[in-house]
Design a protein around this ligand. Sequence first.
Ligand code: PLP
Length: 372
Amino acid sequence: MKVYFDNAATTAIDVQVLDLQYELQRKYYGNASSIHQLGRETKVIIENARTTVARLLNVSPSEIFFTSGGTESINTLVAGVVNQLKPLSIITSKIEHPAMLQSLTTQAHQSGCVLQFLEINAKGIINLDHLESLLQSWNGAQVLISLMHVNNELGNLLPLKKVSELAQKYHALFMCDTVQSIGKYPLDLGAISVDFAVGSAHKFHGPKGIGLMYINRKNAIAPLLLGGTQERNMRAGTENFANIAALAKALELAYSDMENHLNHVQQLKKHLIDRITAELPNITFNGNTEGFPYILNLGIPKTEHNEMILMNLDIQGIYLSGGSACSSGTLKPSHVMEALGLAERCRPLRVSFSKYNTLEEVDYLVDVLKKY
Ligand SMILES: Cc1ncc(COP(=O)(O)O)c(C=O)c1O
């Protein structure tokens, strides 16, 4: 049996998305910046995709910019916000994705703005009272809050509405790394006060190497990539029109059946928790299990026998990660596990589901885990 439980790292492309991508690549090749008909054809494909994405996220098409993925979106936004909007402080957490943490650290260091980390509890839940007291202490000066919607290792879900209300109350900018939630979890950017958000198609059954950034129209920032005037001067470089259309198609498919997929993975997660609680009581759950249904982080008690557990699971056809994607397949403790003080205590196993997983696969995982 082959079981793919590493969907937080990346997902399999949906065949409908792949078919569209292939068909578009076959039919069209014009450069969207060319003013002749072939260029205009690809330009229309891009703008239609932007309209679709904007409709699904409930924002204006002028607030959506296509990029090469989550990492580029985050780097662009952080550099733009720090350099143009000049916050005196950035409030974040130690369990953000490395793309965010490294961008924030580098930009804060270069600009001299203060980087402040919020208190988190043993489950990785952010202390919102601490957030409010830090916001208060800046007394109206420009502050940037950068917190992720779904933690990619733990599956913790940020109380997005509460954070956005605090941002509004203290006139702070709010950047949300929504890479894990866009396309999997309802996200109405028009209804909440978020200034910047990001998405990556390969997390929701789209192609790799294509993503988006949302920039609320109140904010104007400069691009990271310089050159042509593509993406209304926000991202130079010839657009990958087929990937852009594929991203929009993948998002459309995700939104058309989101509730069913959420219910399905919730059922898988509950079944895994129930079986582990009953049959493998030594295994703990890292993070807040009440969070995002697509991710469950298991803490395997350390023994000499299970040092190579990831590799052994791999041999038995079960593919998952120990920490985040970058540490996938290695035993190096992730910065998230270190921040929670869990690195020494257990071997983390992140099980991340998709719409394609089944209860039989969950049963197979539990049966194999019993050997360790
Ligand atoms: C929370 C989060 N942010 C950012 C990224 C980076 O996205 P990409 O792989 O599209 O560069 C990831 C990918 O693992 C992620 O999980």
